[in-house]
Design a protein. Sequence first.
Lengths: 167, 822
Amino acid sequence: MANPLADKYADRIQKHMSKYPDKRSAVMPLLYIAQEEYGWLSPDAIVQVAEICEMDPTQVKSIAGFYTMYRESPKGKYWLQVCTDLPCALKGADQFHHDLLAHLGIEEGGTTDDGMFTVEHVMCLAACDRAPMLQCNFGYVENLDMDKMKELLDKWRKEAEAYANAD
Amino acid sequence: MSDNMVKIIIDDVEYEVPAGMNVVDAAKWHASNDIPVFCYHPKMEPVGMCRMCLVEMGTLQRNPETGAVMTDEDGNPLVRWFPKLQTACTQVATDGMVFRTNTQAVVDARENVLEFLLTSHPLDCPICDKGGECPLQNLTMAHGPGESRMNFSDKMKLDKHVPLGDLIFLDEERCIQCGRCVRFQDELVGDDVLAFHERGRTLQIITNSDPGFDTYFSGNTTDICPVGALTTADFRFGARPWELTEVPSIDPHDAAGSNISLSVRLDRDFGGRAMIKRVMPRQNEYVNELWISDKARFGHHFTRSEDRLQKPVVDGKDSDWATAISTIAGLLEGADGDIAAIAGSGMSNEDLFALRSLVTANGGKRLGAWPTTHTGADLVAAVGVGVGTNLSDLGAGDAVLIVASDLEEEVPIWRLRLKGAHDRGAYVVVANARKTRMDDFASATPRYQAGKAAHWLDGIDKADPEVAKALKAAQNLVIVAGAEGLTLDGSRALMQSAANFLIDSGHYGKANNGLMSPLPGPNGMGLHYVGFTPEVTADIAQNPPKVLIVAQAEILSDDPYARAWLDKVETIISLNLFPDAVADMAAIALPIQSFAERDGTFTNGERRVQRFYTAQGPMGDALPAWQALSRISEHMGQGKAKASAAAVMVMMSNELPAFEGMRYRELSRTERQFPDISGDDMYYGGTAYQNKGGLGKVIPTTAEQGETPARADVSLPPVLEVGKGQFVVLPATRLYNLESTFRPSTLVHPRIMSPFVEVNAADAARLDINNGDVVEVKLPDVSVRVRASVNGGAPEGALVLPRHLTDDPTPMTVAVGEIAKV
């Protein structure tokens, strides 16, 4: 069966594999590669990773389900996780989260119609002193307010457009 | 168990228990103290997830200088208590451990754990299959809170009918996430197709495999599930546990002779007669432990199939027993002693004895066994595994050789238990011409050329010297020798080679050493002990007798070449459950009862004679075969018909030395078995049933009776001549097939493979055959059209052609043939 991941990322996969005695130990970095490629861990992506790691797809799915940074459903290009735990909330993160959702016109956990942004609230991201903050994909954006946020959203939209046109 | 005993104190009483024994087990076995559990299972590694087994734990305080136990003023030992409760299941017994299982702290903990588990458990006990034998229900009654503080509107609403496979359904609401099913599949079966998904309150059991939860052992998870989350497609909503009567029985499908319990009730769907509602495992630690294969569990429908033969048929017309018996008597009298019989392995020991008596009393000598694939039962009787053998004892330092057998498909319970031996460190060798499932659990997988199993084992010292050396050096050695890819002569040669190997290395005549064979059917060894052999069947085929009695042997459905010689038999008398092609040819066809409708005994592959009991109401006029046969004998003035199977056994035990001391009372003896699943604590071992029907009794090998087994020369069969463009065609066994005793279990039909032939990739490329193409396999006088499967299952130059997947019989033994794309 064709395995596009194994072909396209042979070097990176090999690099991860070489770190471990067993192939299956490399499953987590490989899931990140798959997520990078497809934007989320589609059933097909899970099967491909399972094949590469010589594991049962059930076990791979189980790992993807346990960790919150694996996406098991399609999400926006920019996955915004806003921390709304107590210290952040004291600095207005709740309101910020609310405003952000209203600005984008989506519900909590929803994705914008153009497939660009998904907004979720999450538990503590350990950046309480720079609240309100969020995690965009896997990078932190801190000391936010709605004005800054709007600028960022525009910037990301443009970046995505430029990226799409470059292809 | 270890000889090294330690002293532990449970609730102020001191007990001696083996060092390292799990504390839950120790408390139950030695102190009769049932520490409640959900996730712990005595056959699996503890995980301490459910927290139900919390106890107070401490250690005795000792004087650091003298080592003496310190005491308080009243002379009571001083105990250093752990600050928090501990999970008993993750503790192993060491000297000086102290436990309290009845203090307020423990009582509160149990109540709190239960309250927590019940926060989102649905209150659908009245419609739950497990209701009445549910560990959660029982433990809530015993330890739980009297009333709920929970808000019912907060309960989670989840999917209640998730098919994990074709046979098992998951109710997500009921699941308490103990993980027993996940661990069973992972640890014991080695097919990790179940797993947890998500975490915390959203955690669920899932399968993401293709096909889903589809192993041959899936049904066992429903037994060990401590709630009604996993149910079988066969039994769900079928009956309530308290309506059922448990009848001890034996799995009629393979040589393991798994102990089963038939749950029956008088049922409207079966005309008010006793009907099998489900099949459950019955504990026999020597045979099947607490497990049964899905074939045993779901393959019971044939006993009440509408297609069963219900009346004696004389000359093609429905008749009655009186007519049939007098007609048969006439035929036998007119045969001038030219009488022979061929019996299949579905016949009980008693049936076989009655058949033998009838044939020999009328001058017949030839008693043939069916099928003619496996032989060497005499060698199993000589150097088989010794009395007291338990495959669970095999571990580090021991060795197992499995040769010419696809054990997963032939005797799944042996495969399950030998996988365990491998896990415990035994050196497991799986020798075959092709890849089989057992390869995954093998230490070495030598390959021989298709058809040359006997050549390989006979010359193992040269072919695989290291394997041979390791096998010889093993403390205990069990050889499981099948007959895949062999002719009857080849099977003889392989069995003799195996026997020679065991004799040479001294691995015989004692427990956990010797020869086993996956003989087809439940009573392959019984056939041998009563005197039926496949070699005689071959002789019968060469020289057909005047009158041939065919008993539970579906010769024409099995063997494409049998019609030629069966046509030469003047008169056939058939005894069978079903009106098969032999019955059609027969002058008289007698309906006989299946294992479920009467009692009797089978002798399993480890030579254990085991009783099965009457469970189901009768079908039509069918009689037990022994009764039908002994009534014929009586009619011919050859002794009075026996009144019961037990009486036949008494006679057998007097006449056949092998069955000496095998009276029913002996066979129904039981003993306390570890793990002790008796009593009402189903939470401990699951709903596998306590053995009340007997553990059976093993016929000792002749080696154990003082006879020195003789090494015999192996006469290797001629090497198959394979011409250009020809292939060696290996018949293979599939567990799920269309044999008459399994076909009526329609719920398993989606899992029966459609007919296929496995082709090697290199051969397929050369012949331009692709996976899924329709091909014609041409064999001498036979050709079949099947789909080609190119999935790495066949060695180059060979085709693997599974039997019993179509109505057209394919060759039973190895042959040479051709393949062409259609």
